[in-house]
Design a protein. Structure first.
Length: 283
């Protein structure tokens, strides 16, 4: 049985959020106005690259803390199906990221690859000149793996969680230096679902030989497994494009199957926003 560790730190003192990166290869030109909410039959998309920090503790692989740089590619799309509908807005968030983390002694490393897919159906709670607030029901999937070079007998831990939850979007319009800008904040909160966690250090090979996977899937709630994601961003019009800078945070914590798991991704994003219309929506 792996020993318990209670001193896990999400952000190390020596490594804060990484700075910088990336301009996207292409974007569509449009009027010098920041993106707010789409009109009927319209979709707004943002595509960004992110760089930041990852931290992990997983007692299934080894009872140690790891941290290191994290990179990701994020796609965020919000569309309006019908302005007359009670739930007019659809939002899709997709993210793929990876990190290479070392323990505090610098002796061993863990590689993490993670994908997130969130889809929500939203109703506008508040609509006025400056502020839009949307609340929606969501389907949320988190899928990935940790590979630990220290644990040669059982080096990989698969990570999977599928949940139903809620998504809260806030969009605030304002002016700075006579330029129209938009600040956005989004929270994705899983409420009930299922998660994969090896039962008491059971090896994957034994699961395969004995066809015993059912006992390794556990029901999760905010009380048994704390999972959530948050995104904040600022849309800034530049020339004929809309430039976006943001900050994303992802947290997964649980004690399932007799093992503890903690995973954090925190990163800065840089990209562009563009709008488009789906041809199939046109009359």
């Amino acid at each position: 049985m792996s020993p318990k560790i209670h001193s896990f730190r999400f952000l190390t003192e020596r490594r804060s959020l990484a700075f910088g990166v990336v301009l996207m290869f292409c974007c569509l030109s449009f009027a010098q106005q920041p993106v707010t909410l789409p009109d009927e039959r319209q979709a707004f998309r943002s595509l960004a690259l992110g760089v930041g920090n990852a931290a992990s503790l997983d007692t299934y692989l080894s009872p140690n803390e790891y941290s290191g740089p994290f990179v990701s590619v994020d796609l965020d799309r919000i569309s309006c199906i019908s302005s007359d509908s009670f739930i007019p807005y659809r939002r899709l968030f997709l993210s793929l990221g990876g990190s290479s983390m070392r323990n505090h002694a610098g002796a061993y490393n863990t590689v993490n690859l993670m994908a997130h897919g969130y889809y929500s159906f939203s109703h506008p709670l508040v609509r006025n000149e400056h502020w839009d607030c949307l609340l929606g029901a969501s389907v949320l999937t988190d899928l990935g793996a940790l590979y630990n070079s220290m644990n040669s007998n059982n080096p990989v831990n698969a990570q999977f969680q599928n949940s139903f939850g809620a998504t809260l979007d806030n969009i605030y319009r304002f002016r700075l230096l006579r330029r129209p800008m938009v600040a956005k904040a989004t929270v994705h909160l899983p409420l009930i679902g299922t998660s994969f966690a090896p039962d008491n250090d059971q090896l994957y090979w034994n699961m395969y030989q004995q066809s015993d996977l059912e006992g390794n899937f556990h029901y999760v709630t905010p009380f048994s497994a704390q999972t959530g994601a948050a995104q904040v961003s600022l849309a800034i019009p530049l020339h004929k494009n809309v430039f976006q800078i943001g900050y994303n945070l992802y947290l997964m914590r649980n004690r399932l199957g007799g093992n503890s798991a903690n995973l954090l991704h925190s990163y800065v994003t840089l990209g562009f926003v563009y709008r488009s219309e789906k041809l199939s929506w046109r009359q």
